[in-house]
Design a protein around this ligand. Structure first.
Ligand code: AMP
Length: 396
């Protein structure tokens, strides 16, 4: 057991690392964060910020010797760096778990070979293989990069309805164009599933196999980026049960020590499919900071330190709305207007540059029902763009 007062190392200094560091410091731990960017979100709140490239194995090893245990918030840490660190200190979740989860093809193969339900898919390594895979899977389909993809980056939708006119006009070879647009050497072609809902479950698991799953969050995306998560979601109880059961079974099969976020689709006939895994805190679990007995970040800390897991009870219906850099388009958002809303918590990540699509912060609203919480979160976010000179509207 790694007790309060000891030092946790976190690889990756984005918002997930920041919220982890805040949770760890609240429990009396010391935190060292490693990230290539000076004054990164986690570095701002950690005890020690180490600025080094992820490829700098020597710096990572020095970092490891100064901490008691290492975890991560960024999935694309080079395998050599992670392996070198793991030889010095325990890394949780293990490099083997990360190896599977950060590569879409390995992840799909792990899931399907262990009997977990996924969308039909094929591995593709060339435009020729893509053409053959399209013949088997059919359209509409989605071509995704096997690695380095996030928030829909490196994804190409293959839908004849979209390209019909275009192909006639430009004599476009759509298969070659789609392959080129993906831009990576290995891809996964997936059948496009007409899901009813998207949701996610975050499961914590300790080294002794204790597990606890947070209530599923129903997720809405905009431009492939998570926009709003609502808890409890609108899924029927049988779907909630199935989702939690699946997330726990996957975390157990992977022998995760830490968190595993499992993104899922619910189809019209009640079938649940696993879309993606992330062995770390997840954007759709930010609601736990304000709405649950234990946050996902504290739960990650407890799991990696070998402490008992905390209660995952939802204390109040909640909705989380992401704040992207686009909100800064016309200047600084009107923070005061959003803060006038009752039961709305504002979380900002300390990022300096508000680029479009960049996650700068989030709002969580609590209310008597999930629908009311969602409405409140959206209204508070909308208020961020109101004119600071106009009279304020207080909503209850
Ligand atoms: P991903 O990067 O796999 O999480 O995909 C981003 C988003 O694209 C998902 O949250 C879905 O909204 C959508 N999407 C991804 N894969 C599929 C699929 N096979 N069928 C339908 N929608 C998908």
């Amino acid at each position: 057991m790694i007790l309060p007062g000891r030092t946790i190392g976190i690889l990756g200094g984005g918002q997930l690392g920041r919220m982890f560091a805040i949770a760890a410091r609240r429990l009396g731990y010391r935190v060292h964060a490693l990230d290539p960017t000076p004054d990164c979100p986690a570095g701002q709140v950690a005890d020690v910020e180490v600025v080094a490239a992820y490829e700098d194995v020597e710096a990572a090893c020095r970092f490891a010797t100064e901490v008691d245990v290492v975890t991560f918030e960024f999935e694309n840490i080079p395998a050599e760096t992670l392996q070198a660190v793991a030889e010095i200190r325990p890394v949780h979740p293990s490099p083997e778990v990360l190896h599977i989860c950060r590569h879409r093809l390995r992840e799909k193969e792990f899931l399907s070979s262990n009997g977990f339900p996924v969308t039909p898919y094929r591995a593709v390594h060339s435009a020729g293989e893509l053409s053959a895979a399209l013949g088997e899977i059919g359209t509409p389909a989605v071509l995704k990069t096997a690695d380095f993809g996030y928030d829909g980056k490196g994804q190409v939708r293959l839908d004849p309805q979209l390209w019909k006119g275009l192909r006639a006009m430009a004599e476009l070879d759509t298969t070659s164009a789609a392959w080129a647009a993906m831009g990576r050497p290995v891809g996964v072609l997936e059948a496009y599933v007409p899901f009813l809902r998207e949701f996610s479950v975050i499961c914590a698991r300790t080294a002794t196999g204790h597990m606890a799953c947070f209530p599923p969050a129903e997720n809405e995306h905009n431009r492939h980026i998570l926009d709003v998560s609502t808890v409890p979601g609108d899924m029927p109880p049988a779907t909630v049960w199935r989702a939690v059961e699946l997330a726990a079974a996957i975390a157990d099969q992977l022998q995760v020590v830490g968190l595993l976020a499992v993104e899922m689709f619910e189809l019209a006939d009640g079938v649940v499919l696993v879309n993606e895994l992330a062995p770390r805190p997840h954007n759709s679990g930010h609601y736990t900071l304000d709405a649950c007995s234990t946050s996902q970040f504290e739960q990650q800390l407890r799991a990696v330190c070998g402490l008992p897991l905390g209660s995952v009870e939802l204390l109040r219906p909640a909705a989380m709305a992401n704040l992207l850099g686009d909100l800064w388009e016309d200047g600084e958002p009107n923070w005061a207007a959003a803060l006038e809303y009752p039961e709305v918590a504002l979380h900002l990540y300390g990022k300096h540059e508000p680029r479009p699509g960049r996650k700068m912060g989030h709002l969580t609203a609590l209310a008597d029902s999930a629908a009311a919480a969602r409405e409140r979160a959206l209204a508070a976010r909308e208020a961020l763009q109101s004119d600071p000179e106009s009279p304020s509207k207080v909503w209850f």
